[in-house]
Design a protein around this ligand. Structure first.
Ligand code: NAD
Length: 282
């Protein structure tokens, strides 16, 4: 398939690579030109404008930071004016359900379909092509993009109307991020008492305290390694979007976590396991 791909960061880059490896033809674009150029070596064409990437594919995939960027890109005159009729927009960004519903509503009268398909599974899952993908939207849109989702993911869910994918993703991250905050506090207790962290990790991985957040991020805290992961700024966005979905529902614990996270933006650009450093010296 001819695919346009926009947003070649920690997730987008390996997802695009897997599509190339599967034999698809990709034109790639990122506001940081070096991110697109890095994929040229893997066989992608690079586009130097939104106009060119919009015109390049039967499907245009977006994997952007969040709400602000998908609106900037997908609702821009430059992008919309250059899409060919029949193109499907496959937005895999994590954002508020309302944002993608707005995009879908904008394109419906123009005969352009929008598929909503955020992902879970970390950079490792993007590299391995084993992401969980929360797909939603019209049947015809999902049918068109499904073979691409099968390349990028392992567990694919078809969830209903456009926006449901984003909503479920936010609920998932409400759990995983809340869990990480508690893991971070437990980490400090164990560290203060001088326990062997490898033994503790192995024991918890075999016990009821285990979770994906623990399995994937406890060792990052132990090793003080926050490279190439899920940026804290992105976690904060998902958490705020999940809280907004719960407006009117009592969520005192999540609100407290949100306030603690929002109060700290100094480690925003590294993996969210850095949550364990937010209260250092407090
Ligand atoms: P990232 O910040 O590493 O990458 C985002 C990319 O988008 C960057 O290369 C940036 O230059 C580009 N970009 C920003 N604005 C742009 C614009 N206007 N036009 C074109 N390109 C633009 O983020 P990421 O970790 O790859 O995450 C992407 C999305 O996937 C986010 O919504 C995130 O919440 C979600 N997600 C991330 C992970 C993870 O582990 N990193 C896991 C699941 C879901």
């Amino acid at each position: 398939m001819r695919i346009g791909f926009i947003g070649l960061g920690a997730m987008g880059r390996p997802m695009a690579k897997n599509l190339l490896k599967a034999g698809h033809s990709l034109t790639v674009y990122d506001v940081v030109p070096a991110a697109a150029e890095a994929l040229a070596a893997e066989g992608a064409q690079t586009a130097d404008s939104l106009a060119k990437v919009a015109a390049s594919g039967e499907v245009v995939i977006t994997m952007l930071p969040g709400d602000k960027q998908i609106k900037q890109v997908l609702l821009s005159d430059e992008f919309t004016a250059n899409l060919k009729p029949g193109t499907v927009i496959l937005d895999m960004t994590s954002c508020a359900p309302d944002s993608i519903v707005e995009v879908e509503g904008f394109y419906k009268p123009k005969g352009i379909m929008v598929a909503d398909a955020p992902v879970s599974g970390n950079v490792e899952g993007a590299v391995a092509g084993t992401l969980s993908i929360f797909a939603a939207g019209d049947d015809a849109a999902l049918k068109k993009v499904w073979p691409l989702l099968e390349v990028m993911g392992k567990q694919l869910f078809s969830l209903g109307a456009c926006g449901t994918g984003k909503a479920f993703k936010n609920l998932n991250n409400l759990l995983s991020i809340s869990n990480l905050v508690i893991i971070s506090e437990m980490f400090h207790v164990a560290q203060k008492r001088g326990y062997d962290m490898d033994s503790l990790y192995d024991m918890i991985c075999a016990s009821t305290g285990m979770s994906m957040s623990f399995k994937n991020r406890f060792k990052r805290m132990v090793d003080d390694n926050y490279d190439n992961g899920f940026k804290l700024s992105l976690a904060r966005k998902d958490y705020a979007n999940a809280l907004a979905m719960g407006e009117g529902v009592p969520m005192p614990v999540c609100k407290l976590i949100n306030d603690l996270l929002l109060a700290n933006s100094k480690h925003d650009d590294v993996d969210m396991a850095v949550i364990c450093k937010l209260f250092e010296g407090a």
